[in-house]
Design a binder for this molecule. Structure first.
Ligand code: FE2
Ligand code: FE2
Length: 316
């Protein structure tokens, strides 16, 4: 007689086969335990990431050059919180309590990525982060919308992606503007890009050959691997940077027929000065520890949201 483990394993494999053939799940009752874990983890992280960008925007509201720009930043904040809200709604079906999850959870338990953990220093950094960072985020959420085998999550991302596309366009428009406004603004854009580019490359996670867990692909929670999404990102952002005259450490390699980085990650980031040391490689274990720990700004940024000082200092 088959052991329970073998029967469970067969159930998991059977679900993977059905999904491969195009089956879309609509209800938690259709899930196996492992599918449920992978899906919930994915939505949990996506929700944390949506919220984590909010405190990074505060300096941009303060330094935005015009009232229109302040409104644009505030609108982006509203959009991101709306994206999180959509995800909270789904997570509640899996036993999450939104109030506790958002307002009472220890900052160290938030599962966020380094790219969204550094408060922007000014409006130029904000538009660079929309142009470069939201582009990376958009590639991830677009993949989920097009491929996720859990129908309610995939459909909820239509509105999310419509708005993310707008954030990216807004960022591109202003990056172009500041590249042309004066040598001083162009220099500041380049400085922000120098900081953001490796963060954005890191957004897509470990290289495929080092990734141990591939359940997200096996259950078609998403469609593309880390390296495939990273390549897609480079194919969009490198030509954009070239068009506006910004330097990024990546180019298209004719012989390999793909975009390649001009450095070998992971490299050392001085979090205080925000400078990358291209000559100092760290190990992937060290990099993963840094990702897990989060930037030095992470705890205070999350606390700021949780105690709601936003309302009072938003326009100061
Ligand atoms: Fe978002
Ligand atoms: Fe966004």
């Amino acid at each position: 007689m088959d052991s329970e483990v073998a029967i469970d394993e067969r159930r998991e494999r059977a679900l993977q086969e059905r999904i491969k053939a195009g089956f879309v799940l609509e209800d938690p009752s259709e899930m196996t335990p492992r599918y449920r874990d992978v899906l919930v983890n994915t939505i949990h992280i996506a929700a944390d990431l949506e919220v984590m960008v909010l405190p990074t925007y505060l300096p941009a509201i303060r330094t935005a050059p015009t009232l229109e720009d302040k409104i644009a930043v505030a609108a982006a904040c509203q959009d991101e919180l709306g994206h999180a809200q959509v995800m909270y709604r789904i997570l509640e079906d899996f036993g999450y309590n939104t109030h506790e999850f958002l307002l009472e959870r220890e900052p160290s338990e938030w599962r966020t990525f380094q790219m969204v953990e550094f408060p922007h220093q000014d409006y130029i950094e904000f538009v660079v982060s929309l142009c470069f960072g939201d582009r990376a985020g958009y590639i991830t959420t677009l993949d989920l919308e097009h491929n996720c085998s859990f129908g309610p999550f995939a459909r909820s991302l239509r509105k999310v992606n419509f708005e993310e596309q707008f954030h990216v366009s807004h960022g591109e428009r202003w990056v172009k503007f500041f590249c042309n406004q004066s040598p001083e603004t162009k220099r500041r854009v380049q400085e922000a890009v120098d900081f953001y580019f490796p963060l954005c490359v890191g957004w897509f996670g470990l290289p495929d050959n080092l990734k141990k867990r591939t359940d997200q692909l096996a259950y078609k929670i998403r469609g593309a691997s880390n390296d495939e999404m990273r390549q897609l990102y480079l194919s969009r952002i490198v030509p954009f940077a070239e068009r506006v005259g910004l330097k990024v450490p990546a180019h298209f390699d004719e012989s390999l027929n793909k975009y390649v980085l001009e450095y070998e990650p992971p490299i050392y980031l001085d979090e205080a000065t925000r400078k990358w040391d291209y000559s100092r490689r760290i190990t992937w274990e060290e990099q993963q520890k840094i990702w897990k720990r989060g930037s030095p700004h992470k705890p205070s940024s999350i606390r700021r949201l949780q105690v709601e000082v936003w309302g009072e200092s938003l326009w100061s």
